[in-house]
Design a protein around this ligand. Sequence first.
Ligand SMILES: Cc1cc2nc3c(=O)[nH]c(=O)nc-3n(C[C@H](O)[C@H](O)[C@H](O)COP(=O)(O)OP(=O)(O)OC[C@H]3O[C@@H](n4cnc5c(N)ncnc54)[C@H](O)[C@@H]3O)c2cc1C
Length: 505
Amino acid sequence: MTEHVDVLIVGAGLSGIGAAHHIQAAFPDRSYAILEARDAIGGTWDLFRYPGVRSDSDMHTLGYRFRPWTQAKAIADGPSILRYIRDTAADAGIDRCIRFGHRVIGASWSSTESRWTVRAEHDGATRVFTCDFLLMCSGYYRYDEGYTPEFAGTSDFRGQLVHPQHWPADLDYAGKRVVVIGSGATAVTLVPAMAETAAQVTMLQRSPTYIMPVPSEDTVANQLRRLLGPRRAYTLVRWKNVLVSTLIYQLSQRRPQQMRKFIRGLTRKQLPDGYDVDTHFKPTYQPWDQRLCLVPDGDLFRAIRDGRASVVTDRIDRFTATGLRLESGGELDADIVVTATGLQLLALGGLRLTVDGQEVALPDTMAYKGMMLSGVPNFLFTIGYTNASWTLKADLVSEFVCRLLRHMDAGGYHQTTPWPDPNVSPAPLLDFQAGYVLRAIDGFPKAGSRAPWRLGMSYAHDVITLRYGRIDDGTIRFTRRSAQPGDAEFTGTVGPGPGSEQITA
Ligand SMILES: Cc1cc2nc3c(=O)[nH]c(=O)nc-3n(C[C@H](O)[C@H](O)[C@H](O)COP(=O)(O)OP(=O)(O)OC[C@H]3O[C@@H](n4cnc5c(N)ncnc54)[C@H](O)[C@@H]3O)c2cc1C
């Protein structure tokens, strides 16, 4: 049996629930459904259950534009974020439109029908859906497996080896010696959280990361909320935080040496006198060449000051029965080793796409405005910013979808396709030097050397182009189903893809 909806959303995480909210509010009469592979709402915020899991951006920008974040803490814990997403879904009745346990595996576009046919695995069978618009909100990484480098001797280790993506609910680390391998956001979250009850926690890093302390509560936000009420305060604080984070990012790009000095000054203040800041907190790259790690109220530094946590900068030679041997010859004893070594990126939830019978190789496509694919009709995807909160972009993508649908309604169009420009040269979709990006970026669509193909990383710029800019910009093309190329009444230019001819009547 095939079920048809106007808009099909893949993924019930932060982006999918947000997208459903926008579409439902803008088009109460349109049908939509969300297909979700797991049995829960929340995506990232349901999957990750390690101690201390939290955001490292503020919730005034990680929250939805349409739903003020009203809690005192701006850097929020994972369960609070999950509750926020679930409440958003429940309050708007979005949860009734989610089909859990549906893993989308393939989608085929037919230009004759102006329609997607989407296949999903459910309970060992294949379910088929059709839709006019397909919106991928499937995140950016594999859910079934995190990334663990090959370490020699892991089978010799008699302690417990844990990856943060698969945290055992019953893991008891009280009084134990813990080594956390890694220096990214997950490692710097885990170390102070586990140090509260563990005997000792060591963060073992190959190389340092920029780590900046931030207050977990935003006093300006909390006072404005009392004065102006939640909605007006939220809008103001959102812009305040966008401006501050843009300023930090721009300074990092334009004046990296000054920014290095500034972060180093903050770090020194947080650590005991004589601490070897250069070895453990002086990265070799420039600020924001990789994501800047924020630590609320300097909790990581406090744990180091209190002697409950320490940092070792070295390389692993091999695991031993009792812990780790390091290349320097040192040994670290451990009862538990946590491999906070990252994610495995995955483009579009592993979906296989075909357009009019032809398979779409993602690396051969180019991303239009960072949310549509060249030659792929009626298809949008959400990838957030790497230098700002994810939801800022996710909200804009959803708003753009609504504008696009309105434009198509007004013109009586059935199909819209970004048309590739042979004069634009391809560039990596994410210009970001983090290891997890470099490992996988070849499997992703490309970005282009100039607008609208360059992936913008400026929220203010995207507000202008996505919320207010022209929809019909000459790069995306619109067609009507009744008027196929060659028909006398055909009036537009036509997709669906690269290699097709441009036809005007
Ligand atoms: C530990 C951690 C902390 C983070 N902290 C921050 C932060 O502080 N700030 C920030 O901006 N970003 C942060 N991020 C990035 C984070 O992923 C985004 O903020 C946001 O949660 C992404 O939401 P999403 O809905 O787009 O994707 P996800 O949360 O990944 O949700 C995707 C959903 O799609 C489903 N899905 C995937 N493929 C398929 C398929 N083929 N069929 C059906 N369903 C599918 C998944 O099961 C999942 O439910 C963090 C990420 C991690 C891992």
